[in-house]
Design a protein around this ligand. Structure first.
Ligand SMILES: NC(=O)c1ccc[n+]([C@@H]2O[C@H](COP(=O)([O-])OP(=O)(O)OC[C@H]3O[C@@H](n4cnc5c(N)ncnc54)[C@H](OP(=O)(O)O)[C@@H]3O)[C@@H](O)[C@H]2O)c1
Length: 252
C-alpha cells in the first residue's frame, strides 16, 4: 500500500487531501502541530503524527516513525493580509519559516529515501496569488512565489533520480479557516492611511463569485501524485484555472 505524508492536517485542505487518499486505499500519515483526529475520517490506514515544519527536531522525530514515504504533500501554510507598512517583519519571517523553509526542510528530509528508491513525488501547495499581483498580500505572495521558484528548480535535480516535484495552485477558498488563522497568527493592523484602500479591496474580494473548494484541491493533488504526466503547475478551482489561462498557462 503506497504511503503519503501530508503536513498541516489540522484543518482545511490538509484534511480533504487526507480523506481523498484514504478513500483511494493509500496509507495516510496526517501530520499536524497538535495531534487530533477531529475532521479526519476514521480508518485503520490513518496515522496521526505530530509535526511542526519549522522545527528540525520535530521533522526528524516524525520521519523516524513513518517508514518509507512515497508521496509528500507540503500543505502547511499561513497567510497574511496586510499592506507592507502594517506588517511586522518578525511576523513576515515567521511566515517564510512556515511557507518556504518548512517546505524546503520537509522536501530535503524525504529526499534521501526517495532518491535511493528512485521513486517518489513531492507536491507543494502554493497559491493562485502568484499568478497576478494583489494588494495587501505582498508578503504572502512573495512566500508562495518562492515556493514556486524552489519547486521548479528542485524538480530538475530530483528528476534525475526518478523523483517528481509538482505545484498545486489553489484559488481563493473561503470555506477553510485560512483567513481566520492568518489574522489570528499574523495580525491585521492596517495603518490608517491605507484603511479605505484595503476596505475597498476586501469588498471586491468578497464579491468575486468563482471560489475554490477543498475538493478542487484534493482532486488536483491526487492528479499531481498519481499521474506521471501531470504538468508542473496544476491550478485548483475555477478562479485559479481562469487566472492560469489568462497568464498563458496551458489548460491543465
Ligand atoms: N484557503 C485559501 O484560500 C488558500 C488559497 C491558496 C492557497 N492556500 C494554501 O493552502 C494551504 C492550506 O491552507 P488552508 O486553506 O487549508 O488553511 P488552514 O485551514 O489555515 O490550514 C493550514 C494548516 O497549516 C498548518 N500549519 C501552520 N503552521 C504550521 C507549522 N509550523 N507546522 C505544521 N503545520 C502548520 C495549520 O496547523 P495549526 O492548526 O497547527 O496551525 C493548518 O493545519 C496553505 O499552504 C495555504 O497557503 C490556501
Amino acid at each position: 500500500m503506497p504511503r503519503i505524508l501530508i503536513t498541516g492536517c489540522s484543518s482545511g485542505f490538509g484534511q480533504a487531501i487526507a480523506a481523498r487518499f484514504l478513500d483511494e486505499g493509500w496509507e495516510v500519515i496526517a501530520t499536524m502541530r497538535s495531534p487530533s483526529t477531529e475532521g479526519l475520517p476514521p480508518s485503520d490506514h490513518l496515522r496521526i503524527v505530530p509535526l511542526d515544519v519549522t522545527k528540525p527536531e520535530s521533522i526528524e522525530a516524525a520521519l523516524s516513525e513513518t517508514g518509507q514515504i512515497d508521496a509528500l504533500v507540503n500543505n502547511a501554510g499561513v497567510g497574511m493580509l496586510n499592506v507592507l507598512e502594517g506588517a511586522e517583519i518578525d511576523k513576515a519571517r515567521e511566515l517564510f519559516e512556515i511557507n518556504v523553509l518548512g517546505t524546503m526542510a520537509m522536501s530535503r528530509a524525504v529526499m534521501p529515501g526517495m532518491r535511493r528508491r528512485r521513486s517518489g513525488v513531492i507536491v507543494n501547495i502554493s497559491s493562485s496569488v502568484t499568478l497576478r499581483p494583489l494588494p495587501a498580500l505582498s508578503i504572502y505572495s512573495a512566500s508562495k512565489a518562492a515556493v514556486n521558484a524552489f519547486t521548479e528548480s528542485f524538480a530538475l535535480e530530483a528528476a534525475d533520480f526518478g523523483v517528481r516535484a509538482r505545484l498545486v495552485l489553489p484559488g481563493s477558498a473561503p470555506e477553510t479557516s485560512f483567513g481566520r488563522n492568518a489574522v489570528a497568527r499574523m495580525g491585521m493592523d492596517v495603518p490608517e492611511a491605507y484603511g479605505a484602500f484595503v476596505q475597498t479591496y476586501l469588498q471586491t474580494l468578497r464579491h468575486s463569485t468563482d471560489k475554490t473548494s477543498a475538493l478542487d484541491v484534493s482532486n488536483a493533488v491526487w492528479r499531481a501524485v498519481t499521474d506521471v504526466y501531470a504538468p508542473m503547475i496544476l491550478p485548483a478551482g475555477p478562479d485559479a484555472h481562469a487566472l492560469f489561462q489568462k497568464t498563458g498557462g496551458a489548460a491543465a
